[in-house]
Write a protein that binds this ligand. Structure first.
Ligand code: NAD
Length: 710
């Protein structure tokens, strides 16, 4: 086998029906690991068998095409995979910029070969990886270029391809490490057919493929075929040359008029390549197609303790999992430990919709769009209670919007609202509003431009602390004691400075015998508002009036005969009195959590639900009014203690802005995680029995009081 370079001119190339570039495997070897296929295969390939298999492929292809050869070079074992030399269209080549240093040395040899052939060679910026025809394949019917990104090629290289090759580029994101190049899982075939493995792409890319390729032309292959590199196929007219084909796929292809030629390439599979990787079509006729790239780019700024907090990782992960790609333009670490870092990151997304989605999440993480001069987009409210489709959904973090040339602080910050902007005589007002509260005459902020959130960047690696006590698995009593000590200290501080603590509580507080402790907290001035539902009040009153909670005797822990009706009797008694406060006033209710609230002037709000019995006269069955009442009592809180009520705690969490410390106690770790995982560093979750927690808390507060008295 000769491996000399066959030189020919561009004109000759154009005249030939099909020409392919290959490189003999004289120096082929699995020398390093740069993809999952190489793992465990270092020095495991046989050069003799590789040469035999390569020669067989070469001979097969010679039947259908003219095959050119580029001289293999010692030290560059992967040069055999000529698909990664560059991308050719007409007489233009975009030379590859390899992602891994292990392959960068190949670039000069391929560059020389292209230049010798008379191609116009375009060079990408040094820092912009793109791996040639391994990651860019012309559609055989549509005249556009499918370009992959995610592992080896950067999304940012795609606009260069569109410009230099004068072609429409459709970007596809690869998500399975085994299919690290587009040509390992995607192969456009003659007449617009497409052989591909859908799970190798993200949802957005699959949608794009489905939009462009009609169902009857799509041939989705199985994983078994995909791992045999069935997509890594050389297609010449109706011939498809591949390593191995299953019976089923063979039939599918035959039904569509394709003949499969199998030629084993197992030695090359050890390096993650097969037929297509070993070839480069050097003739790609240039068809007229509009030069188009929908790729969007933006620069964002990040500031804070970026490394300590893990924020940089979260930002970069958010970009990639959102379907975009990034380049860190600059990273200034600061000089001292206490200095904050500053990073500038270029974000790219395949189109405007994906960019908007990514940007919304980055803004939540505290990123600032560097183009801060672009004001927020505003859309008028044209129907009461309804916002424009792409309205910006708010978070718990303090937010500002750029209206005209003025940054306006958003008032009433809460989660899951819209930002309503109004022009008043006092100036521009921006306010977080629930959708239902939007009014005609207001405008809502849409998209992600002109919005910035200020979040306190945590210095901890983990943004929430979760303590497990009685939950299955870890039982670290000492850790719960430590966190209780901390909460007791906070409660003491807040009370002493005249701050505000709001308690959200479910009926479990009563069932677990926690009420006597909660009573003490209320009496001693540690609670400034109580939020709950019908149940906490009903069971508390039942216990006060009849000594049972849900019919169980709280002293003896046994069910009382007829006790299941006790809570109804309790409701009936309060209804007769007119309200809980009147029951206290009339001397009917003389103890318990609700009694302490009334006696100590601690406001409470009971929000109704569909499962409520009665309800008590105080329970607000108009949920919009109940939400408003909760919001009124939450305003100005320093700390919210959430005691075993998933329903009310989540409701409260959503309406609480960042900066308010939240402590969630629940026996179910999932509830604790949901509440403490709002990205707020102020959240603490404790997985434990609420009765036990309250008893420890009171003990700790008593200890503190003792210390003070001593
Ligand atoms: N008779 C009634 O009117 C009645 C009775 C029950 C509930 N409700 C209503 O139903 C709604 C939801 O009630 P909810 O708040 O009780 O239920 P919920 O499901 O919202 O919350 C109960 C939470 O308590 C946790 N929990 C259970 N045992 C625990 C323990 N020993 N220690 C710590 N956490 C524990 C659970 O994991 C759960 O997250 C409320 O509006 C309530 O008023 C009404």
């Amino acid at each position: 086998m000769s491996s000399t370079v066959h030189t020919s001119t561009i004109d000759q190339l154009k005249a030939a029906p099909m020409r392919i570039l290959m490189c003999a495997p004289h120096h082929y070897e699995v020398d390093y690991v740069i993809n999952p296929w190489m793992e465990g295969n270092i020095h495991r390939s046989s050069r003799d068998r590789a040469l035999e298999q390569w020669t067989q492929l070469y001979q097969v292809l010679q039947k259908y095409a003219q095959v050119d050869l580029v001289e293999p070079q010692p030290g560059w074992p992967d040069m055999v995979f000529t698909a990664n030399a560059g991308l050719i269209l007409g007489d233009t080549v975009v030379l590859s910029r390899f992602f891994h240093p292990e392959r960068r040395g190949e670039e000069q040899y391929f560059h020389k070969w292209f230049a010798d052939q008379g191609y116009t060679v375009h060079l990408l910026p040094n820092s912009l990886p793109f791996e040639g025809a391994g990651d860019a394949l012309m559609d055989r019917a549509g005249g556009w270029l499918w370009a992959g990104y995610g592992f080896r090629s950067e999304l940012d290289s795609h606009p260069y391809l569109a410009e230099w090759l004068d072609v429409e580029v459709l970007s596809l994101r690869l998500v399975d490490r085994r299919f690290y190049h587009l040509d390992t899982c995607f192969c456009p075939l003659t007449d617009g057919y497409l052989l591909y493995y859908p799970p190798a792409f993200d949802t957005y890319s699959n949608r794009l493929i489905e939009l462009r390729v009609p169902p009857e032309k799509r041939i989705a292959i199985s994983e078994a075929d995909a791992v045999n590199f069935a997509c890594n196929t050389v297609n010449i007219d109706r011939i498809v040359v591949m390593n191995k084909v299953s019976e089923g796929l063979n039939q599918v292809l035959a039904d569509r008029g394709f003949t499969v030629v199998e030629t084993p390439l197992t030695e090359f599979l050890k390096a993650g390549g097969a037929a297509k990787c070993l070839t480069l079509k050097v003739i790609e006729p240039h068809r007229e197609s509009p030069q188009l790239s929908t790729i969007q780019t933006k620069i964002i700024h990040l500031e804070g303790h970026l490394l300590d907090s893990g924020l940089v990782n979260r930002v970069l992960d958010t970009i990639v999992t959102g379907g975009g790609s990034f380049q860190v333009v600059s990273f200034n670490l600061g000089n001292q430990r206490q200095d904050t870092s500053l990073a500038e990151v270029k974000v790219s997304a395949p189109d405007a919709a994906v960019m908007a989605e990514i940007m919304a999440q980055l803004i939540d993480l505290g990123a600032i769009d560097a183009a801060e001069t672009v004001p927020a987009s505003l859309a008028p409210v044209t129907q009461t209670g309804v916002a424009a489709d792409d309205f910006y959904a708010t978070t718990i973090y303090p937010t500002e919007v750029l209206v005209g040339n003025q940054w306006v602080k958003v008032q009433d910050q809460r989660m899951d609202g819209a930002i309503a902007v109004t022009q008043t005589s006092a100036g521009i007002i921006a306010r977080c509003k629930l959708l239902r509260d939007l009014q005609i005459g207001e405008s809502v902020v849409t998209g992600s431009e002109g919005i910035r959130t200020k979040r306190k960047i945590p210095t901890l690696k983990k943004n929430t602390e979760e303590f497990s006590f009685m939950g299955a698995g870890v039982s670290s009593e000492r850790r719960v004691e430590l966190v209780v000590e901390k909460i007791a200290w906070d409660l003491r501080q807040i009370r002493d400075r005249g701050g505000k603590v709001v308690v959200t509580a479910g009926p479990v507080v009563i069932h677990t015998g926690g009420s006597k402790h909660l009573n003490q907290l209320i009496r001693e001035g540690y609670v400034q508002a109580l939020l709950g539902g019908n149940a906490i009040a009903v069971h508390d009153i039942e216990q006060s009036l009849m000594g049972t909670s849900l019919g169980v005797d709280m002293q003896r822990g046994v069910s009382v005969h007829g006790g299941h009706r006790h809570h109804l009797k309790a409701i009936n008694t309060i209804r007769r009195c007119g309200s809980i406060a009147q029951a206290v006033e009339q001397g009917v209710l003389t103890s318990g959590v609700m009694y302490e609230c009334v006696k100590n002037h601690v406001p409470f709000s009971l929000a109704g639900s569909i499962r409520d019995d009665g309800p008590l006269p105080d329970t607000k069955m108009d949920l919009i009014a109940a939400q408003a009442d909760y919001a009124r009592l939450i305003a100005g809180a320093d700390l919210i203690l959430m005691l075993s009520s998933m329903l009310h705690s989540i409701g409260v969490g959503n309406m609480t802005p960042a900066g308010v410390k939240m402590v969630c106690i629940d026996i179910n770790p999932a509830v604790v995680t949901k509440l403490s995982d709002r990205g707020s560093i102020e959240s603490i979750g404790v997985v434990t029995d609420v009765g036990l927690f309250l008893s420890l808390l009171v003990q700790q507060l008593n200890k503190l009081t003792g210390q003070y008295q001593r």
